[in-house]
Write a protein that binds this ligand. Structure first.
Ligand code: COA
Length: 175
C-alpha cells in the first residue's frame, strides 16, 4: 500500500520506524489529548497493533514520509473504531511530530486517507473521533470536509472522556 500526495508519501510502518514513532508517541505535548505520553513498551504495542491491522484489515495507521527528505514526520491512516454502540466505523486518524505542525501536512494526509477510504475501500462515510479539547484535530477534520455529528463518552485509561464524532459522507464530499 502506498499513497502519494503533493508533498507526502504514506506507506506501512515497519519496525525500523520505531524511533520516529517514539518521537511522536513519547512526547508529552503531542500526547496532551491522550492523558500521558506512551512508554517504550506501549509504543511497541502501538506499532505491533498497526502491523496486525495491515494483515487483518489491509490498512491501519501508516507512516507519513516527507517526500523531499525521506523523513517520517507523522502517522495517518484508517482504523476500525467503536463510537459507543456495537457497530464499527472507519476512522481517519493522524498524529504528527511537533516539529512539523502548522504546515498543512496533517490536512494533506487526512484528505488522502479519506479519498482512499471512498475510492479504494468503497466506504460510504468516514469518521474522526476527537477529544473535546483537541481543537487542532477538529480543524483538520473540518478542513478535510467533515462536520460534527454528535458526542459520546470514551473510556480510556480508566477515565470517562468526552469525544466528538466528526464525519463526511462520500456523496456529500466537496473537499
Ligand atoms: C492534530 C494534528 C495532527 C494537527 O496538526 P497540524 O500540524 O496542526 O495540522 P496542519 O498543519 O495540517 O493544519 C494546521 C494549519 O496549517 C495551515 N496550513 C494549511 N496548509 C498549509 C501550507 N501549505 N503551509 C503552511 N500552513 C498550512 C492550516 O491553515 C492550519 O492552520 P490553522 O491552525 O490556522 O487552522 C497535530 O496537532 C497533532 O499531531 N496532535 C497530536 C496528536 C493528536 O491529537 N491527534 C489527533 C487525535 S484525534
Amino acid at each position: 500500500m502506498k499513497i502519494e500526495t503533493e508533498r507526502l508519501l504514506l506507506r506501512e510502518m515497519t519496525q525500523e520506524d520505531y524511533p520516529s514513532l517514539a518521537a511522536i508517541l513519547q512526547d508529552e505535548q503531542t500526547m496532551y489529548a491522550y492523558e500521558t505520553p506512551l512508554s517504550p513498551a506501549e509504543t511497541q504495542a502501538w506499532l505491533d497493533r498497526n502491523l496486525a491491522r495491515y494483515k487483518a484489515d489491509g490498512f491501519g495507521l501508516w507512516a507519513v514520509i516527507l517526500k523531499d527528505t525521506g523523513t517520517m514526520i507523522g502517522q495517518a491512516g484508517l482504523t476500525w473504531q467503536s463510537i459507543g454502540g456495537s457497530s464499527q466505523v472507519l476512522e481517519v486518524g493522524y498524529l504528527f511530530n511537533r516539529s512539523y505542525w502548522g504546515k498543512g501536512y496533517a490536512i494533506e494526509a487526512a484528505r488522502a486517507c479519506k479519498e482512499y477510504a471512498f475510492s479504494t475501500l468503497n466506504s460510504s462515510e468516514v469518521y474522526s473521533i476527537i477529544r473535546d479539547c483537541n481543537v487542532a484535530s477538529m480543524n483538520v477534520a473540518i478542513r478535510s470536509g467533515m462536520l460534527a455529528r454528535g458526542s459520546f463518552i470514551k473510556h480510556y485509561r480508566g477515565l470517562d472522556i468526552q469525544h466528538l464524532v466528526f464525519s463526511v459522507k462520500r456523496e456529500h464530499d466537496r473537499a
